[in-house]
Write a protein that binds this ligand. Structure first.
Ligand code: NAP
Length: 310
């Protein structure tokens, strides 16, 4: 296990919040390391198009946006390593960050690890994962050319991805447990206007069936109390997200009932030197624009903490 030279700030997560924090902290001449487990951009890298980020009137591809964030953070001197953080501990005022291969230390930490898709937990979901069950339309949509798919959920992600899937799929059945969507009106209108999308409002998905791959779902119509079998080739789940906080172990941090981390206006937590940013925290809006804002605030706060002990 290699013990690396100390960093000023270690940022866990290479999404919009993490890379913005890296850019700001490195530009303030701090020695910065970003640890990202998978792909630059985080959640946005699995989005086909980022349409609502200011300054890109035509939109920008999610993967491209992630790459640009990384490039800009590197330009100011941030180091980036693709490693999954397994644990963070605090000893004598400095943080120890453990990955599979390395142990890093730093004076401050910014937790910007974002969220992971939530599993619904219905029969067949786990069994058919990767064999018709997916949580990422951008990654898997093209496998469903001229096929039928089901999308579960009623938030922005479900509606955006249901419409995206109509590029490939013959039909998209959108299943939502209530009689109205949570998603913004603009996305609702796009779904209503798309003739490939069939709405199953006030319906829940009871189970997924098939031989070796997804072949059907069983839906329950909550208004009528009836169950129906709908043949399908794939099921995409967009039923919300869980925050990626497990690497923080037992550190005494305040969380809400969903497990999201509480932070103050300066992104500070109850642990001096530990800041949070982006979707991982309790926030009224989870968007790229709010994540980058959080990242900038967290970086400035971390720099101030290191320089002034505040
Ligand atoms: P979300 O807003 O939390 O929506 C989750 C959806 O799943 C809700 O419609 C919810 O139903 C449904 N759901 C939750 N648990 C369920 C269960 N057990 N059974 C059936 N349905 C269940 O999650 P999201 O759509 O992934 O969005 C997350 C955040 O990212 C939001 O802040 C969103 O605005 C943002 N986002 C923005 C964009 C964009 O701006 N283009 C795109 C994607 C995501 P109920 O409505 O009944 O609670």
């Amino acid at each position: 296990m290699a013990q690396k030279d100390p960093y000023d700030i270690i940022i866990v997560g290479g999404g919009p919040a993490g890379y913005t924090a890296a850019q700001y902290a490195a530009r303030a001449e701090k020695k910065v390391l970003v640890l990202e487990k998978m792909l630059s951009g985080g959640q946005i890298a699995s989005s086909e198009m980022l349409e609502n980020y200011p300054g890109f009137p035509e939109g920008i591809g999610g993967i491209e946006f992630g790459q640009l964030l990384e490039k800009q953070a590197r330009r100011f001197g941030a180091q980036i390593s693709m490693e999954e953080v397994q644990g963070v501990s605090l000893t004598g005022g400095s943080f120890k960050v453990q990955t599979k291969k390395n142990t890093y230390t730093s004076g401050a930490i910014i937790a910007a690890a974002g969220v992971n898709p939530r599993y619904l937990g219905v029969p067949g979901e786990e069994e058919f994962r990767g064999r018709g069950v997916s949580y990422c339309a951008t990654c898997d949509g093209a496998f469903f050319r001229d096929k039928d798919v089901v999308v579960v959920g009623g938030g922005d992600a479900a509606l955006e991805e249901a419409v995206y899937l109509t590029r490939f799929a013959r039909k998209v059945a959108l299943v939502h447990r209530r009689d109205r969507f949570r998603a913004v009106k603009y996305l609702q209108e796009k779904a209503y206007a798309n003739e490939k999308v069939t709405l199953y409002l006030s319906h829940i998905l009871l189970e997924i069936g098939g031989q070796n791959k997804v072949e059907r779902v069983v839906l329950k119509d909550l208004a009528r109390g009836e169950e129906k079998v709908v043949p399908t080739d794939g099921v995409f789940f967009y039923v919300g997200n869980n925050p990626n906080t497990s690497f923080l172990g037992d550190l005494p941090l305040k969380k809400n009932s969903g497990g999201f981390l509480e932070a103050g206006d300066n992104m500070e937590t109850d642990i001096p030197g530990l800041f949070v940013a982006g979707d991982i925290r309790v926030t009224p809006l989870r968007q790229v624009v709010t994540a980058v804002s959080d990242g900038a605030v967290a970086a400035v706060s971390a720099v101030k903490y290191l320089e002034e002990g505040e």
